[in-house]
Design a protein around this ligand. Structure first.
Ligand code: SF4
Ligand code: SF4
Length: 274
C-alpha cells in the first residue's frame, strides 16, 4: 500500500498539524509520499508522472471531497491498480486511515516532494456520471473542453477556465461537473451526498446560444424568444417562444374517461358492422 498525502500548502497551522498526524499514523505501516496540493499541480508537473508510475494500490488523503479527489487522480492515471480516497476535510479521517491500514506496524518510509505551484481553477469531471452529451463543451466560450479522438469529453485546456466561475456545472444535466474549491455550493464542490441539479436559467441560455434541440418542445436552432413584455407562452426548458400554450396534462380521471369513450365508439362501430 502506498499512502499519498496532499498538503493544503497554506500557513494554516491546524491544517499542517492534521497532515503531520496522518503522516505519523501511516509511516509505521506503509510507504508514504507527501506532495503539494494536487489540485494546483500544473498539468505537466513531474510529480503527476511520478504518481502515475506508482505500483500497487494507492490510498490518497487530500483537502478535497472524495469524489473530485478520485476523478482528479484518475484523470492523471494515478491508482490504476486500486485507489482509495480519504478527505482531510472529514472529522473521521484518522479513524478511517487506521481502519484501512490495519494494525500492521513496522518500517514504513516517508518521502516529501515539493514543487512551486500557483493557484488554479478548473472543472473536474465525474466520468461515472458523464453521458457525453457535449452540452458543457458547447456552453463554454473559452475552449476549456474538447472532444477527444473517440468523441469523448476532454478537459483539454483547464487553465482557460475563469477563476471562481462554476457556470458549466449548472448546465450539466447529470451533475458530473465539479469545481472542488467552490465554497458557495457544496454540491458543486462534490461534497458527499450532494449532487448538482441543472439550473433552468442556465439551461435556457445554453439552448438559445447553442441551438441544441430542446427535449421538452423539440425546437432546435436559434428560434425567436418572445419580445420583452410579451405574454406569449415560452418553453420552460429552453425559453424559446411556443406557437401556442402547451396543452395541460390531463388528470388521471380524465384519461380514464377518454379511454371509456374510445371503447364505447369501438363497440358502436362493431355493432354497426355486425
Ligand atoms: S454536460 Fe455533463 S454529461 Fe454532458 S458532456 Fe458535459 S460533463 Fe458530460
Ligand atoms: S466555468 Fe466557465 S470558463 Fe470554466 S469551463 Fe465552465 S463554462 Fe468554461
Amino acid at each position: 500500500m502506498q499512502v499519498l498525502i496532499s498538503r493544503l500548502g497554506s500557513d494554516d497551522a491546524a491544517a499542517r498539524a492534521r497532515e503531520d498526524r496522518l503522516v505519523a499514523l501511516s509511516a509505521g505501516a506503509a510507504r508514504v509520499l507527501v506532495v503539494p496540493h494536487l489540485y494546483h499541480l500544473p498539468e505537466t508537473s513531474s510529480i503527476w508522472a511520478r504518481l502515475a508510475a506508482l505500483d500497487g494500490p494507492v490510498l490518497a488523503a487530500t483537502w478535497l471531497h472524495p469524489r473530485p479527489a478520485e476523478w482528479l487522480l484518475r484523470r492523471h492515471g494515478v491508482g490504476a491498480s486500486g485507489l482509495t480516497v480519504l478527505s482531510l476535510l472529514a472529522d473521521d479521517c484518522f479513524a478511517a486511515l487506521r481502519a484501512l491500514l490495519g494494525e500492521a506496524g513496522g518500517a514504513g518510509t516517508v518521502e516529501e516532494l515539493s514543487e512551486a505551484a500557483t493557484p488554479r481553477w478548473y472543472p473536474v469531471v465525474d466520468r461515472d456520471r458523464c453521458r457525453e452529451c457535449g452540452h458543457c463543451r458547447q456552453f463554454c466560450l473559452f475552449g476549456v473542453y474538447a472532444a477527444g479522438p473517440d468523441g469523448q469529453l476532454v478537459v483539454a485546456n483547464p487553465d482557460r477556465c475563469k477563476p471562481g466561475c462554476p457556470a458549466c456545472s449548472r448546465v450539466c444535466p447529470e451533475g458530473a461537473i465539479l469545481f472542488p474549491l467552490y465554497t458557495q455550493d457544496d454540491a458543486i464542490a462534490g461534497a458527499p451526498g450532494r449532487l448538482m441539479t441543472p439550473d433552468p436559467a442556465a439551461r435556457r441560455m445554453l439552448a438559445r446560444h447553442c441551438g441544441i434541440p430542446c427535449p421538452a418542445c423539440r425546437q432546435a436552432g436559434p428560434a425567436a424568444t418572445p419580445a420583452p413584455g410579451s405574454d406569449a407562452p415560452i418553453c420552460p426548458e429552453c425559453g424559446r417562444a411556443l406557437a401556442s400554450a402547451p396543452e395541460p396534462e390531463p388528470a388521471a380521471g380524465e384519461v380514464f374517461d377518454e379511454i371509456d369513450a374510445l371503447i364505447d365508439d369501438l363497440d358502436a362501430l362493431t355493432e354497426r358492422r355486425s
